[in-house]
Design a protein around this ligand. Sequence first.
Ligand SMILES: Nc1ncnc2c1ncn2[C@@H]1O[C@H](COP(=O)(O)OP(=O)(O)O)[C@@H](O)[C@H]1O
Ligand SMILES: [Mg+2]
Length: 356
Amino acid sequence: MALIEVRNLVKEFRRPVPVEGPLKSLRRLFRPGFTIHRAVDNLSFSIEKGELVGFLGPNGAGKSTTIKMMTGILMPTSGEIFVGGLHPARDRRRHARQIGVLFGQKTQLWWDIPTIESLRALRAIYGVPDTVWRKNVELFRDLLALHEFEQVPVRQLSLGQRMRADLAAALLHDPDILFLDEPTIGVDVLAKERLRTFIQTINRERRVTVILTTHDMGDIEKLCSRVLIIDHGSLLYDGDTETLKQRFGGRRTLAVYVDGGTALRTGAFDADWRGAFAVDRIEAEPNRLIFRFDPHQTAVGDLIAAVAERLPVRDLLVEDVPIEDIVRAIYLHSERLEARTAPETVSDGASRRETG
Ligand SMILES: Nc1ncnc2c1ncn2[C@@H]1O[C@H](COP(=O)(O)OP(=O)(O)O)[C@@H](O)[C@H]1O
Ligand SMILES: [Mg+2]
């Protein structure tokens, strides 16, 4: 059995339906009062020891819900999960010893006490031996520059520092498996780079298996050789990052901010510009033009220079293509695959036949 086995995992949430108008309470008797929302829909995958796997997907895709089930915080509606041979939700105490968890949106540290005191409190709560605690705090001073802010209460830390503190907390007890839910969300570029390097080091040098969720393709490109793409609770892709990049990724966007209205008027240039700059697509909004391009074909400097020649540029931003675009491309791609086999499969049953 692999280190992590997930089979036909489903999680449904009840969502209350607001009942309005007269005779509210009477009507509630005849209506169920809720709808069922399937946040995770029949997920299956397995992860081997030592892997660093990324869960990529748009907001609301079901990434956090999946992590919460793997960490034992949420009970699955149906399906099975084994982590290190344990059932996360049923064997919570033993499971807690083998995993470390970080939720980027929420700290597990105490808001008002110095960071190092939070780490001391966790030592007591989790029964971390003193020698292990000391060794790890030394390591975190080294690799996360913990000493720079360890006397500062969490509420005064920058977001990047807070993530570093939370990473330290998640790893204090030497877990074999680390679950990171959006570890770089909202963090600036330099701090992101530092977090990524640390995660990579922990995986390579300590052989910690890492599962991280993100909607940032940059995290995946830097860290993960394997990626699982989730959308509407289902698995769209499970494979290597390289193939994904070659097929759909590697693209960049250049957002150009201009004064009111100018951008829309340049919409007419779309075809010209696409030809001239070798960009895939241009989206126009009143104050912003977005160019999507392949950095291997179009040098971003040339593109910026050409745009600046033609438009009164106020600001520029170069980014990875958003995950929503990659997801859309995968859907389009699989439709095209289906369309190719369609002539054989849609014709009436009698004439259906195999063609070599
Ligand atoms: N406790 C909950 N109760 C009801 N719906 C929830 C709950 N948690 C998540 N959901 C819903 O499940 C879906 C998946 O959420 P989530 O797993 O947080 O997505 P992601 O982490 O990929 O952004 C969303 O539509 C979300 O609104
Ligand atoms: Mg989430």
